[in-house]
Write a protein that binds this ligand. Sequence first.
Ligand code: ZN
Length: 377
Amino acid sequence: MKVVRAYKFRLYPNKIQAKEMQTHLWLSKNLWNDGLEFAKQLYVDYQLFPSRQAYQEISKYSGMHSQVAQDVLIRLYLAIKVKIKRKKAGLKGGFPRFKSTDRVKSLHYPQSGFSLSGRKLKVTPFGEINIKKHREIYGAIKTLTLKKESSDRWYAILTAEAEVQPVPMKQGEAVGVDLGLMTFATLSNGEWIKKPRHMKKYEAKLAFRQRELSNKKLGGKNRRKAKLMVARIHVRVADTRKDWLHKTANNLLSRYSLIAFEDLDVQGIAEEHGKGISDAGWSIFTNIISYKAESAGCAVVFVNPKNTTKDCSHCGTCVQKEEHEREHNCPSCGLSMDRDLNAAINILNRATGGTPGCRERRNVPEHAQGRIADLDK
Ligand SMILES: [Zn+2]
């Protein structure tokens, strides 16, 4: 089967290149706005919308690489088409809008106009740009997007299509994972994954810079500088975190055949758990695991999160607890264990069909069993 993957690399354009790329973002914005103006005028005059050919013609005079310009107008053409379709179906939905310079951050090369060799990315018309290619690209490169992020840094996003052999499902242990605030994850076998210390360090640095930023005068030069600084730390925090999340995901994928999480997208449940969506770390983590699972021969299951913290993982009794109570103590069967471990076992049971009401000690790992008091009295 064929799989398309995206690869993101940092670019180091020289001053002239950076300035030119910035100009092309501006051209791209103008082209979009001109195309939109044209569509609006055509509709006012003739109640018609521009054809694809008409847009192709306009794209020739943009001053940009022909394919990049065409891509801008094709996106506009499709956006208008969607709007017409929606209107016919009696649905609301805005007409495409005029864009300001801040809104246009990328240039898309759908086919050609670029080539990659070693540490240089050759892009028409900017020439050879230095690129930090920190990982191998598998398969044939298809598209390039040049993207400027809020940290004022440029990135190249390349997509490549590769032939992938389906991996047979592996046999072996299953694990339930409870994602938390204090501990990053608690596994149903009693292991803990702690948040790494270096992430905390960056978070502290970020908080400091953010305070500094809020003290700067609005509109001042120093404020812009401080803003850039904050954006840069954001990038570093995100990179460090992503790197760690990838390593942690690989570790779990290599050890288990089935990994179960709570489905935290189920509405209302996240709040009930005190797990606001604020910490994007969880969804990034479960996304990484999900998309890597297939090639690792792993199954990933998302279970209903209702009462995973309250239900007793041994007898199924619902045991109410406050957010600060770290222990699960079951009045019915006497099970006493860490609250997150109890939740992780519930998650595993739900994923594997183990019924919590049964008296077997199925899925309760040996060292956790040691902490079960007077189970069979
Ligand atoms: Zn119980």
